[in-house]
Design a protein around this ligand. Structure first.
Ligand SMILES: [Zn+2]
Length: 171
């Protein structure tokens, strides 16, 4: 028994799975090649993922699809995403792999340093540098009548910056 494309007024064979919801549930409908392509274009799979999840997803993707040779085409890329989502492979975000990935990405020391510099974890090195300059200006004793409180603050910021330079500055 052939399944007919679920698109309105289409009688082609529905050979491609299109997820109905974005929550990685297994609900899907079957579409023909033309309609899966249209559907692909309207779907932003990454919408509810944070940057780190997307990054991990893309990296781990390479290990999932060794057999795929035309990974570069975006149509194919989204097809793969969906098929994996439907196969429950997205559960990688709950897996040890992802937890390790998270752990290695930002160490506790870096986290503390970022907090001192009033930055979030997704920050780029260039942003850290400009923030450092900004904070140095703001807390420089010359600008604060030699206030001891600001001097300590500046010391902390400098330590935080040198910590981040060691880890993030290399990239
Ligand atoms: Zn169709």
């Amino acid at each position: 028994m052939k399944i007919i494309c679920d698109w309105e007024n289409c009688n082609e064979i529905g050979a491609y799975k299109a997820p109905i919801e974005k929550d990685n549930s297994k609900k899907y409908r079957l579409l023909c090649l033309n309609h899966i392509k249209i559907f692909n274009k309207n779907w932003n799979y990454f919408e509810n993922m944070n940057d780190q999840e997307i990054e991990f997803f893309i990296k781990s993707d390479l290990t999932w699809h060794k057999s795929t040779k035309t990974f570069g085409s975006s149509d194919n890329f989204f097809n793969i995403l969906w098929n994996n989502a439907l196969d429950d492979k997205l559960n990688i975000f709950k897996s040890t792999n992802f937890r390790d990935f998270k752990k290695t990405k930002v160490s506790q020391q870096d986290k503390d340093a970022l907090q001192v510099m009033e930055l979030n974890e997704e920050v780029k090195w260039a942003q850290i540098q400009s923030k450092f300059k900004e904070l140095v200006k703001k807390y420089h004793p010359d600008k604060n009548q030699g206030n001891k409180k600001f001097e300590d603050k500046l010391k902390k910021i400098t330590l935080a910056y040198s910590q981040l330079k060691k880890t993030l500055g290399k990239k």
